[in-house]
Ligand binder design. Sequence first.
Ligand code: PBG
Length: 329
Amino acid sequence: MSGFPAVRMRRLRENATLRDMLTEVTLEPRHLILPIFVCPGEGVSEPIPSMPGVCRWSVGRTPEVIEPAIAVGVKAFLLFGLPTYKDADGTSAFASDQPVQRALRLLRGKYPEIILIADTCMCEYTSHGHCGHLTKDGHVDNDVTLELLSKAALSQAEEGAHFVAPSDMMDGRVGAIRSALDGAGMCSVGIISYAAKLASAFYGPFRDAAGSAPSFGDRKSYQLPPANPREIIRDALMDVDEGADMLIVKPAMPCLDIASRLRAGTDLPLAGYVVSGEYMMLRSAISSGALDRERALLEYHAAVRRSGCDLVITYYATELARILRGAVG
Ligand code: PBG
């Protein structure tokens, strides 16, 4: 008696109350992390042409984007910085007068209840736009880059980051950053590593937003090949061995299978990053009228949770939290 007609799955779906009671995966404001672009200057709120609806904020104005998010239950923020200067080794990534460092000081003092995550990478800070130190022949030197990343992470931790989030994809960065933090007595600062970061077309709008496009070549020698799931999982699990506290998969939708495999293969908290290209894909389809805004946003982000992610990093965090709270979005 295992199949139809004794079994009728629709019995569980006929009634709205029952459907509500049996909901397996929820999406709540507490699951959402909002990325923020912090730029130099004073009084700046500059719309980002490649990402309509998202702005770059100077440090003093970041409360204007943080407070509405906190008001609807968003609890964590991921900071990206546009520096005042760039050089070959991205030294502005670890200078205390730069936007991310200044924002961390301000926000850590002003909003003690929120979680501050600093994206740790070199591409926004290097004149060539690659994620690390370049050798003469234009190759990104892994081990020299580890030293630069460690300096950046230390600087972010010193200014108040609860977590650093290395997004460079060098080998050994989690271990290097962990020992740098521990060596400086900052063992309570955590590492959320971009463990499965694919070499993806979906970062295009971000690279305009953060001015971080590589000036030549691409990132395929360090970011992960989308067609290699076994290699992706091996690389991600190395971050676990090196001491990562949480893992990020990105882009979210093209990585749902990876998230689900990592969910089965590790008990670390996982976050899926709905990246700039996914934001624009949704936004374009919504603004053309092809998709219903609320239903599409809810379904898309809930799918990331369903794949096994505890958290979802998304430019839609505030808008989604508003929808989830039942307020007019
Ligand atoms: C920095 C970094 C990137 C993103 C997050 N951290 C860009 C890249 O790797 O080119 C992409 C985020 C997004 O597209 O929203 N390395």
